[in-house]
Design a protein around this ligand. Sequence first.
Ligand code: I6G
Length: 705
Amino acid sequence: MTQEFKQTSPIQDPSVIHEIQALRDELHRHNYLYYALDNPEIPDAEYDRLLRRLQALEAENPELLSADSPSLKVGSAPLDAFTQVAHKLPMLSLDNAFSDEEMLDFNKRVIDRLNNSLKNSELDNTTKEAFESLEYVCEPKLDGIAVSLLYAEGVLVMGVTRGDGTTGEDITANVRTVGSIPLRLTGDDIPSELEVRGEIYMPKAAFEKVNKAALKNGDKPFVNPRNAAAGSLRQLDSKITAKRSLEMCAYSVGIVEGIKEGVNFPETHEKILVKLSEWGFRINQEMRAVTGINACATYYNKLSEKRDGLPYEIDGIVYKVNSISLQKTLGFISRAPRWAIARKFPAQEEMTQLLGIEFQVGRTGAITPVARLEPVFVGGVTVSNATLHNQDEVKRLDARVGDTVIIRRAGDVIPQIVSVVLSRRPEQTDALCFPESCPVCDSPIVQVPGEVVLRCSGGLICGAQVKEAIKHFASRKAMDIDGLGDKLVEQLVDEKLIKSVVDLYHLDVEAVASLERMGKKSAENLLAAIETSKATSFARFIYSLGIREVGEATARNLAQYFGDINSLLASDEETLVVINDIGPIVARFIVDFISQESNQLLIKQLLEHGVNWPEVKKQSDDDDSNELPLVDKTYVLSGSLFSLTRDQAKEKLQALGATVTGSVSKKTDYLVAGPGAGSKLTKAESLSVPVLDEDQLLALFDEYT
Ligand code: I6G
């Protein structure tokens, strides 16, 4: 893929020619991988950087411009499998902005151009000044596939992909299967020939379902919802497309011919969208017309907050000048309209170097490979580590030290390695091997049949497991020892001041004060916090023991069921499986734990040191947990509360039998929302989950206590 340069200038820096050539070749290849094969190799952010570099070099060296430069192109040539169709009106793409400054530049360009174009026109100064507060329409930019739909006399006759912007692929049979694409439009004002453009996308929930099924069948999962949508649309058998739960959102019109007599076609973008909705299309519910560029920035900030809670992926906001007549005045430049721009969110995927891999040992001995990365700014934070989860994931990725990898960080989710850029793999690399013995205590690493995870068999002789067990014991939701953070636990163990959680209760001030960065006062505070922690609840105590798969909710159920520690210690699997939420596997873990003498001794010693809790009203055998008033109800808490902390509210709800979860879903009965509730509130509203404010929550507590 090389181009001939027309060498019009005699003095031309060969390194510039070479760089332009290399960038064009590389971009052509990525266009093909992305648009034609739905198999992108680099993140969008890297693609944008390459394209921008090419555009900058071409702007500095206009004599090197070439008609087939990827900077002038949208997408890639269509695949042969589908019939090719030339668009009657080219399907362009949008210019991007990555910062507030670039948005201000865009607004200035628009206003200057409108003023210049209309300088000699009949417009008076008042109208010209009005450009300073121009009206824009803001819409989320869905991460999907752009399509053109042709309607003749209101009937869908063809669906075409964008392709290279000039020619696309005929995917009519497939678009007909998309529920939100009307086969026949409703209304008596439909033009005889109408082209509607929009984005076909796969909602997040459908994407998860498709990938789950792919993994189950041993197929390769899709890398993201956009790829899943593209792959689903490119099926030669439209029955497969029909099963993929695709959606379509209309964002503009193309060809409009044969408008009925007496009908006025809408004169603003907003009104066109409303008209499309009347005719039967889905339009984006977040669409808003705003005045001035500052209002565009406010919209951007609001949508950034809502983003995680939206049921579909978006990668930015599209702003369009609302007036169609001003759009016409502004016109187009090479590959994009001058009257629109896409303000991109910070990239959620970036490329970086894999510097090394370490194996971490968790509380239960699980060995987790962790990738050490060249620090990279992604999803709004700098990331230098990413978990590789387990050996199945390591095998799937085949990431090697020295590789260029793609990192994804979306929302608050921990960073993940998505894939390896194989074309950038150095010559000498070795596949990753799991160690055979624990990197901390050298005990053999074992795999329980049926489990994916590898574990250190060292138990409490393994320093790493001891440290993790103590960190868990001290954590906020367990014994809540104020000031005993991870670093301090590591110091205490490394300095051999403690070997188990029991040792915490006979620490002396001098020894603690002698630790690095500790003084007498901090040591006294720590010991006071350890003392305070002795007064706890039975549920917290059970949770703090760190029994496998016994989280807060299970610990609470155990506490309520048994009421006292001796009954719990005397239980067996048959009894345990009767309890809410406890199945045979968890029952087995509990029995394994309580039958070990070392654990029985640990519990005895903790009680001897004064760990205590208020008496728990034991649930008798014939007692039914349904007697608790909120037993079948699921609550989510979001935002801040004034009269109590979220944790206190959670404990109170749980004491009334409610389940409290971290995310809103169709199964949520109520969202309790305080100020700053953000994306959870948006999600609750979109799922019609009832929302309670703090007063209503307090009234609920009053009612039941
Ligand atoms: O790629 C696009 C996504 C969304 C668009 C677009 C859009 O509006 C919400 N609008 C235009 C005019 C174009 N591409 C060319």
